[in-house]
Ligand binder design. Structure first.
Ligand code: IPE
Ligand code: IPE
Ligand code: MG
Ligand code: MG
Length: 307
């Protein structure tokens, strides 16, 4: 079950559509934000859920998958800005504001968010009910109470719970991706939401670990941001080994959370591939070897290089 080529080509045609009359610099910067694509894990999850339930990936599932990817890319562009994580590198290349300036980067994020809603709303099938339901799911996943905006804002509160931060800033989009996949094929979203939430939790645990370990070469993005800006992080909350242990536990829970369905085996496989991508082979072992030293090292002074 590999969707990479389909996702890339749909994203490319969506990009052409949404930027056809855009000012040239904005167009270039939006292209920079989307391509080359990253891991595309959220759209893969959306399509994977639709396929696992029904054996099909309908057009509406693809539209929803692209919408989630657009929101995700918007969140990365804004997250990298100097007022958030002040990052120079993303996917092994300069961040959008480093390449095009801050004004354009803010607008790229805004433009991608608008485009996400347009992509689903413009769906030409006779499925108005599903489309409406999907627009609501996307809005809430982005929003200020339960969504990504809430998650980023929790980072500015004095003592946010790490679960709250992770669930909103990362989990909300994974949850939406899985729910949208289910809705696209007419299935109830509840059990799939739980799966998405679990994957999101694992995802941010692994991301916090990578950030603390300073593995820019592995992740292709600026690391050490959590310590530098005093961000809530799983490593700060649980220690390195604690974060690794949680990651392993959550991955096991995630596999168990895959609801019964005809394509369950393939979906479990997809989740396992995500887990390996998240925590590359050897990282857990390296952490286990290093943690007695690292857990005594104050991470607030910066990231720790692992070679
Ligand atoms: C990065 O997400 C931001 C987090 C929520 C951890 P991804 O690792 O999915 O980013 P790309 O799209 O593959 O670059
Ligand atoms: C990830 O936050 C969630 C977003 C909303 C982008 P991080 O700041 O931890 O993500 P990375 O490490 O920059 O990708
Ligand atoms: Mg951040
Ligand atoms: Mg960041």
């Amino acid at each position: 079950m590999r969707y990479v080529e389909d996702i890339q080509s749909e994203l490319a045609s969506t990009f052409r559509l949404i930027t056809q009359d855009a000012p040239p610099r904005l167009q270039q910067a939006m292209h920079h934000a989307l391509f080359p694509v990253g891991g595309t894990v959220r759209p893969k999850l959306c399509l994977g859920v639709a396929h696992a339930i029904s054996g099909q990936t309908p057009d509406l599932a693809m539209k929803a998958a692209i919408a989630v990817e657009l929101l995700h890319c918007a969140s990365l562009v804004h997250d990298d800005l100097p007022c958030f994580d002040d990052a120079d590198l993303r996917r092994g290349r300069p961040t959008v504001h480093r390449a095009f300036g801050e004004e354009i980067a803010v607008l790229v994020g805004d433009g991608l968010i608008a485009a996400a809603f347009e992509t689903v709303a413009a769906h030409q099938g006779h499925e108005a009910d599903k489309v409406n339901q999907m627009l609501l799911i996307l809005a809430k996943a982005l929003g200020p109470s339960q969504g990504l905006v809430a998650g980023q804002a929790w980072e500015s509160e004095s003592e946010p719970s790490i679960e709250m931060v992770h669930r909103h800033k990362t989990g909300a989009l994974f949850e939406a991706a899985a729910a949208l996949g289910a809705i696209s094929v007419g299935a109830p979203e509840g059990p799939w939401r739980r799966l998405g939430r679990a994957i999101g939790q694992a995802y941010q645990l692994a991301d916090d670990l990578m950030d603390a370990l300073g593995s820019t070469a592995l992740s292709g993005k600026s690391s050490g941001r959590d310590a530098l800006f005093n961000r809530p992080s799983a490593v700060r909350a649980f220690g390195l080994q604690g974060a690794v242990d949680r990651f392993s536990r959550v991955i096991d829970e995630t596999i168990r959370a895959v609801p019964p369905c005809s394509g369950r085996a393939a979906l479990v496989d997809l989740v396992q591939q995500m887990a390996v991508r998240l925590c590359p082979p050897g990282l857990r072992e390296r952490v286990s070897r290093l943690y007695p030293v690292l857990d005594e090292t104050p991470l607030a002074t910066g990231s720790v290089a692992v070679n």
